[in-house]
Design a protein around this ligand. Structure first.
Ligand SMILES: NC(=O)CC[C@H](N)C(=O)O
Length: 192
């Protein structure tokens, strides 16, 4: 299995480190041909405006969108989730718009812009997960019943699944807890 990681900006190395630890090969996606021979992809956190500009300038926006629409599994963290969302408040750049949620960027306000807190994962209740939130967006609304919430923080979704798309508003790659990435590997391997 090989997982492509959108390789323009943001937490690329951290996802690579996590996947290496799980024995999975990675490839950075910068050009259209980098989409060949990958089984899944990760859209990392970082700065969604910058990534949106790169996506547009590289010509990757359309092929990425098509790959996801055809069923390629995606794990999107923070800014990556913003790039996938169908509705983003105050969005001034082109994005994939494949995930039926409405998100608000930088939604936790100044004093709480970055924080770590324990969150519960619906697929692994053994112990809480360290949720690292960095200028995180909020998922204000899910727009389809098929969007499953895998974790809540104060009654708001912070991890969701829509088919083979997993979105987190936090950064599992910045912890040493591999459970979110392992869950993604299960989603990739599942038949449907
Ligand atoms: N940690 C992150 O990915 C932050 C996302 C960033 N605030 C944005 O809107 O792009």
């Amino acid at each position: 299995m090989k997982i492509g990681i959108l390789g323009f900006q943001g937490g690329i190395k951290e996802h690579e480190r996590m996947l290496k630890q799980l024995g999975v090969e990675t490839r950075r996606i910068r050009y259209i041909q980098d989409l060949d021979k990958i089984d899944a992809m990760i859209l990392p956190g970082g700065e969604s405006t910058t990534m949106g500009i790169f996506l547009h300038n590289s010509g990757l926006l359309k092929p990425l969108k098509e790959a996801v629409e055809k069923g390629m599994p995606v794990l999107a963290t923070c800014a990556g989730l913003i790039l996938l969302a169908q509705e983003v408040e105050g969005l001034s750049f082109a994005s994939l718009k494949v995930l039926p949620v409405r998100v608000r960027r930088n939604a936790y306000g100044r004093q709480k812009e970055s924080f770590t807190t324990q969150i519960n994962l619906s697929f692994d209740k053994a112990r809480p997960f360290p949720g690292v939130f960095i200028r995180a967006p909020k998922i204000e609304k899910t727009l389809e019943d098929k969007v499953e919430v895998l974790s809540f923080l104060e009654e708001q979704p912070v991890m969701i699944r829509y088919g083979k798309i997993i979105g987190c508003t936090f950064h599992p790659e910045l912890t040493s807890d591999t459970r979110v990435h392992k869950y993604f590997l299960q989603v990739i391997s599942a038949k449907n």
